[in-house]
Each structure stands twice: as C-alpha cells, then as structure tokens.
Ligand binder design. Structure first.
Ligand SMILES: Nc1ncnc2c1ncn2[C@@H]1O[C@H](COP(=O)(O)OP(=O)(O)O)[C@@H](O)[C@H]1O
Ligand SMILES: [Mg+2]
Length: 252
C-alpha cells in the first residue's frame, strides 16, 4: 500500500459562525500529484488554509508525516515541510527573478551557504531562474512568473507543495509551462496538492483526483477514474468528457 504523507479526518472549519468545511476526509499519498476540483465556493482554498495553519479547524484532525498538525502555526507548518503557493499573483514585478526566489528563503538568511545551495538546486530544476535571474520579474510571461513562484516555494525544501489554481488567468501556452513545471517538481520528489478550476487540465496532469462540493469530498480516486466518471461529466462538462479533443501539445 502506498504511504500517506498527509491525511485529513472529518475536518470542520469555517470563518466567523458558519462552517465551510463540513467534515472533510482527504488522504494524500507520498509522491502523488493530487488535484482538488469543484465548483466555486466548494471550500477548496479553505482546505489548503486549514492545512497550512492559516485557519484552525473547529473539529477533526490533520496529520502530516505522522504528527498531528492541527492548530500548528503557519511558520511551523512551513518549517515542517509544507509550502503553499497562493492563488493571487505573488510576484514582485520590480524585483529581479533571483530576488523573487530568494524571498522564499528569508528565514534562512543567516545561512548564506545554505541559501546559495538551495538557489542552485532550484535553478537546476527551473533553468529560467538562473538564466534570467538578473532580469525584472515583471518582464517574464505569465507562465514564467508562476514558475518563479513555484521556485520560491521550493527554497525551504518542502516535501509537500500546495498550489492554489496555478493556471488561473493564463493562456494555453502558459498552461504547458505550468504543467511542465509541476511535472518537474514531481520528478524532483515533491508531493503536490493542487487546486484547479480547469478540471481537465488539472486531472490530466495528476495521479489522483478529489471532487469537492459544498464543503464535502464527493469523490476521491485515481485522476483518470475521476475524469471519466459520468457523474463528473454532469457536474462539470455537460456530458462531453470522453468526446472532448485533447489539447495539442506542441513543445513550449
Ligand atoms: N476569509 C473569508 N471569510 C469569510 N468567508 C470566506 C472567506 N474565505 C472564503 N469564504 C467563504 O467560504 C466558502 C468557500 O470558499 P473557498 O474555500 O475559497 O472556496 P473555493 O476555493 O472552493 O472556491 C465560500 O462561501 C466563501 O465565500
Ligand atoms: Mg479557491
């Protein structure tokens, strides 16, 4: 049996009085690319906030690498190996690409050798970080900016990287850049937990799929099984899933 790195058990959480998550169960296998899909307002981002410590669940447990991390502060969650790339654009356009990446290592700043080593590792994974390190990040394309955000999130060498809607607002060419970057992180040994509003795009690049609706998990299976489930077609694609043409994949 594949080993789990993260598991949520009956997590109830919300803002103010109401519950947004109404008992979420979720398991993330080590080394997987797990994609959460679901309509707007389903609670997908709230799940990530609960995992990263930004929102403390009212009930339930969250376990990461065997330890209960419910109520653990965000900085400690990060130190334990969970990085989150939020949905909003987090690039500083007037800083260089290199500076944008180094922001992710701010807490290590006293250990310059370690920071340099990590930067080297990240630049090896994402060559653009080294090649265009001195350029203003604002000059990069949308897909490249996202890649820089991913690079930043890797500076503390997390084992789990969570991406909230990495493809949002990007054109098809940029989507290929994102998909490739995700594949590279996965090949480098990272476990990925991704939220995608582009359901096909998200599930096609993932090993596992999770469908959320109204604060609950409706389905959790292999990504291709979720993608080909007829109920999914009704929920998201109006019954056209199997007939839909695949996007051409010319090299980026
Ligand atoms: N900071 C917040 N304060 C109050 N309500 C929020 C906040 N963030 C999200 N919500 C509400 O929680 C619900 C789920 O939001 P969210 O987790 O962002 O959904 P999703 O990411 O699936 O679109 C929505 O009804 C949203 O209005
Ligand atoms: Mg969201």
């Amino acid at each position: 049996m594949a080993s789990r790195t993260l598991s949520l058990d009956s997590v109830i959480a919300g803002y103010g009085y109401g519950d947004v998550l109404k008992g979420v169960d979720l398991e993330v296998e080590r080394g997987s690319v797990t994609c959460i899909v679901g309509p707007n307002g389903a609670g997908k981002s709230t799940v990530l906030r609960a995992i990263s410590g930004l929102l403390r669940p009212r009930q339930g447990t969250i376990r990461f690498e065997g330890a209960d991390v419910c109520g653990v502060a965000p900085a400690e969650i990060l130190a334990r190996g969970i990085a989150q790339v939020p949905q909003s654009n987090g690039i500083f356009p007037n800083l260089s690409v290199r500076e944008n990446v180094l922001v992710g290592a701010y807490i290590l700043r006293r250990d310059r050798k370690l920071v340099q080593r990590r930067f080297g590792t990240v630049a090896e994974l994402f060559p653009i970080v080294g090649e265009r390190g001195g350029e203003k990040a604002g000059n990069l394309s949308g897909g490249q900016r996202r890649t820089v955000e991913f690079a930043r999130s890797l500076m503390l060498d997390p084992s789990l990287v969570m991406l909230d809607e990495p493809s949002v607002g990007l054109d098809p060419k940029a989507l290929r850049v994102i998909a490739q970057a995700i594949e590279q992180m996965s090949s480098a040994g990272k476990t990925l937990l991704i939220i995608e509003q582009n359901v096909r795009f998200g599930l096609r690049m993932s090993t596992h799929g999770v469908v959320m609706e109204s604060g609950r998990v409706l389905m959790h299976d292999r990504a291709d099984t979720v993608l080909n489930n007829p109920e999914m077609a009704d929920l998201f694609f109006g019954g056209t899933v199997t007939a839909a043409p695949r996007r051409a994949t010319t090299p980026a």
